[in-house]
Design a protein around this ligand. Structure first.
Ligand SMILES: NC(=O)c1ccc[n+]([C@@H]2O[C@H](COP(=O)([O-])OP(=O)(O)OC[C@H]3O[C@@H](n4cnc5c(N)ncnc54)[C@H](OP(=O)(O)O)[C@@H]3O)[C@@H](O)[C@H]2O)c1
Length: 356
């Protein structure tokens, strides 16, 4: 059996209190200072992953004690060294391939340097994340009554590793596409390189981009939410892939006429058990974790999905391997809650009423 590991980290300082409750009462900068000197830690084990082919795998969750803000704004070399230490801990536990979770996959050159420095295979998991984000966004849009080919789509974080390949793959399937980021030049260059039947435009103003959006794929590396209730039109579907989230909790509190789903929520085949709570119910995981499991089930211990230029073939290969092993979209989830058919129907009816 080829075994895997996945590197997790606290997204916000408040996540640290889930493991060390006393930190709730400490000033944030003290907790950050403590994290900065802590070593990577064993968090838990996931067992029982069994493919439709009969292949099996199991793996470990290893914690890299740095928040998203520390990983994004801190010293890149120090962060890289800590992630490498986490990967080495994973290897010492028996993993032959390791997935970089959340911002550990973004630091520096998106896994390339880390892969050079460790002995086992490394992936960001971004290929399967892209495949499931597109599948989930289009399926949710259909359920809300949108015809993809006539819809206006927006990608937030379009110049990023996931955003760029999402843009290339989504463009031919929608009526129009707006690419959003903070650098106009990079956005314009990307827009010009995309062949699509509809209009592809570049925009740095999130509010302006979202005003007419039917389908939104949110995949920025912003540390705080960038999508607010007032940005969205009735009936909009937002697939929030970003961790930390791009969509403010205020959106579901104040807008019962828009559908927000978590991107990359995948059901794992087999009698899965996990003794570490990473925010999903048993038997479900983020797509990036699932890519790591899929590589292990395939016995592939080389690197995958590294760097900022993912290829469509990689995304399609991962989607096909996911199907082969029995990984499926795990229904629709929104802010830690599984959505029922009735929930979605209610959102659709309210959107119709507001549009009338
Ligand atoms: N759900 C899952 O399974 C899963 C799997 C992997 C990754 N993720 C998450 O996906 C997100 C993106 O990952 P990635 O590897 O694609 O990151 P990335 O390559 O660093 O790309 C991030 C993009 O976000 C843009 N951006 C950052 N801050 C922004 C802001 N305030 N407003 C607008 N755009 C902004 C950046 O554009 P500019 O710098 O050009 O502005 C860049 O295009 C992260 O949150 C990560 O944790 C989720």
């Amino acid at each position: 059996m080829t075994r895997f590991a996945f590197i997790v980290h606290p997204l916000h300082i408040s996540d640290v209190a889930r493991k060390y409750s006393f930190t709730r009462h400490l000033p944030e900068r003290w907790v950050e200072a403590a994290l900065a000197v802590m070593s990577p830690q064993y968090c838990g084990k996931m067992t029982g992953i069994r493919s439709l082919t009969g292949a099996e795998t199991e793996g470990w969750l290893v914690g890299c004690p740095l928040t998203a803000r520390q990983l994004l704004n801190g010293n890149v070399e120090k962060a890289t060294r800590k992630i490498v230490d986490a990967c080495n801990l994973a290897a010492s536990l028996g993993a032959e391939v390791v997935g970089l979770g959340a911002f550990t996959s973004i630091v520096g050159d998106k896994g390339l340097t880390i892969a050079e420095r460790v002995e086992i295979g490394v992936t960001t998991g971004n290929s399967y994340t892209t495949a499931t984000a597109i599948e989930g966004a289009l399926l949710a849009a259909e359920r809300m009554g949108h015809v993809a080919a006539e819809s206006q789509a927006v990608i937030l974080g379009a110049t990023g590793s996931i955003g760029k390949i999402c843009a290339r793959m989504l463009a031919p399937q929608v009526g129009g596409l707006t690419l959003v980021g903070r650098r106009q030049d990079a956005l314009a260059e990307l827009a010009a390189s995309i062949e699509a039947k509809g209009h592809v435009r570049a925009e740095t103003d999130i509010a302006a981009a979202l005003r007419e959006a039917d389908i939104v794929v949110a995949v920025t590396s912003a540390v705080e939410a960038v999508v607010e209730p007032e940005h969205l039109k009735p009936g909009a579907v937002v697939c929030d892939v970003a961790r930390p989230r791009d969509v403010s909790r205020r959106v579901i509190e104040q807008r019962d006429d828009v559908l927000v789903i978590e991107g990359g929520a995948v059901a794992i085949p087999g009698p899965v058990e996990c003794d570490f709570d990473f925010g999903f119910p048993p038997g479900m995981a983020y797509a990036c974790m699932c890519e790591t499991m899929i590589l292990a089930l395939e016995g592939r211990t080389g690197d995958y999905s590294l760097g900022s230029e993912l290829k469509q073939e990689q995304v399609e290969e991962m989607a096909a391997l996911g199907r082969k092993h029995g990984f499926t979209l795990g229904g629709f989830r929104s802010f830690e809650r599984q959505l029922t058919d009735e929930d979605i129907e209610r959102v659709r009816e309210r959107a119709q009423a507001r549009r009338a």
